[in-house]
Design a protein around this ligand. Sequence first.
Ligand SMILES: [Zn+2]
Length: 164
Amino acid sequence: MLRIAHRDFERICAQALAEYPHECCGLLVEEVPSGVSAAHACTNVQQPRHEEDPECYPRDASTAYLIDAGEQLRIVEEAEKAGSRIAGCYHSHIDCPAYFSDEDERRTWIFNCREAGDAPDDPDAMYLVLSVYGEETGSQRKVQGYKCFAWDGRRYAETGIEIV
Ligand SMILES: [Zn+2]
């Protein structure tokens, strides 16, 4: 189960709305021993990657996310220094529900070549997915829902979220 601070959850929602119609992304850093996670926003570099190399990155940022590697490294190093741990990551879905897509699942295997049933690289990582609906120019953007997914030993399944 993911335990997340209320103000951090609000921050993620604000980021998801602001970055619409692109998916937003970031890391969840769990404070030890409280077990409460904080949100660390990251840049979704999928769009520039897609524009530079559409063959290698066929999806644009409206259907995919890619966390900036430098930002990720900095957050991981800071978490280690503070005695915290990376609980997982979050991203938003644009105009579709908060579900764990095949693409999301593929992204949990670094080398993209797992056999069915293999455990992921980091079986403890949790994936928070938000669903944002709206219009590109309108003020009617809304976070419609959110779900968290974790590896249950056989597959990715929904897990609880506690906003504290
Ligand atoms: Zn997704």
